[in-house]
Write a protein that binds this ligand. Structure first.
Ligand SMILES: Cc1ncc(COP(=O)(O)O)c(C=O)c1O
Length: 337
């Protein structure tokens, strides 16, 4: 493993399963579809952030931190998994919930991930200045200062670019894991479709597959911002990942594929394609998705099958990154289903 020089704690149940989606493949009459079940990483209902937290908590423990501080949307899966990781490792967690979207109501504000954050005993702060990544990150420093004043040792997990994307290394590991699974089964993967938000998953995964010299396409479906901004963010993160991992630089700008046709109005806003993807996944494969991330990502994959980008004979993997607890926060979206 090339990343053994960095501290890491094991948090994820891995390898996660690679399953065939035969009913959905038949229904769409296109490529062979698979799902990589990173919703099953095991920590407090799982998700992609568990692999990313292995490196953040490795560094936090190395620094003898006793309190982890993190920010995310009200229904953030990242903060929920961070709170669980902190508890498992005997630490405290202070989370900042950002009112990024103008959604109100009991479900959104108290159910889903928020309920789980409370059960995990995280100390909850709120950030009310809307969708402002840099501002939200800056506010974490104030929380950290207060922890230090009380005699604690804080460790801050930042979301905005400009901080080393340590968590992306968890998706270098995931890329190796998936390529090994494909090799064991004797299949060649032609494309992986995944969510591109902070870009840690996308950049880590892409850097991992190119390090292994695999030419498969990594298609990032935008869930937070438009394609132009996202593409440069992913590429910059790939360069940072390659530095962190001591890889020779191999990812090119042409390798970065981002698709913003399925984002809709923006982060956390529903789209008809997302609603259809959630219904199809449940009703053909017994698979639960979420409305903010994986619903939009599967919608993107379905769109690429329907427009002929992915064709019969190819093997295409949907990376299921979790997020299902948010279904309860967004319950009223599904009143007509
Ligand atoms: C369920 C889920 N999928 C995908 C993503 C996007 O991952 P990343 O932030 O690494 O781009 C997130 C981010 O919070 C998530 O919670």
């Amino acid at each position: 493993m090339p990343i053994s020089h960095l501290p890491r704690v094991t948090l994820a149940h891995a390898p996660t399963p690679l399953e065939v989606m035969s009913n959905l493949s038949t229904m769409l009459d296109g490529p062979n579809l698979y799902v990589k079940r990173d919703d099953c990483t095991g920590l407090a209902m799982g998700g992609n952030k568990t692999r990313q937290l292995e490196y953040y908590f490795g560094e936090a423990l190395q620094q003898s931190a006793d309190t982890v501080i993190i920010t995310g949307a009200v229904q953030s899966n990242f903060v929920r998994q961070a709170a669980a990781a902190a508890r498992k490792l005997g630490m405290d967690c202070e989370i900042q919930l950002e009112h990024r979207v103008a959604i109100k109501g009991l479900d959104y504000e108290t159910s889903g991930n928020v309920l789980l954050d409370r059960l995990l005993g995280a100390k909850i702060h709120t950030y009310t200045d809307g969708d402002d990544e840099a501002g939200a990150d800056a506010a974490l420093e104030e929380i950290a200062d207060n922890v230090a004043i009380r005699g604690g040792k804080p460790y801050v997990i930042h979301l905005s670019p400009g901080h080393p994307p340590l968590g992306a290394l968890g998706y270098v590991d995931a890329a190796f894991e998936l390529l090994d699974q494909a090799a064991e089964r004797g299949i060649t993967i032609d494309a992986v479709v995944l969510g591109s938000g902070s870009a840690a998953t996308h950049a880590g995964f892409l850097s991992g597959v190119r390090y292994r010299k695999d030419p498969l396409k990594v298609v990032g479906v935008c869930v937070r911002r438009g394609a132009d901004h996202q593409a440069s963010r992913v590429f910059k993160h790939c360069q940072d990942v390659e530095k962190l991992a001591n890889f020779l630089s191999t990812v090119t700008e042409e390798d970065v594929i981002v698709l913003d046709d399925y984002l809709g109005v923006g982060y956390g806003h529903s789209t008809p394609e997302m609603m259809e993807a959630i219904a199809l996944a449940g009703r053909t494969e017994g698979l639960l998705l979420d409305p903010v991330y994986t619903g939009k990502v599967l919608a993107g994959l379905i769109g690429l099958v329907r427009d002929g980008t992915f064709v019969a004979g190819e093997n295409v993997v949907f990376l299921h990154t979790g997020g299902t607890p948010a279904l309860f926060g967004y319950r009223s979206l599904f009143d007509d289903m």
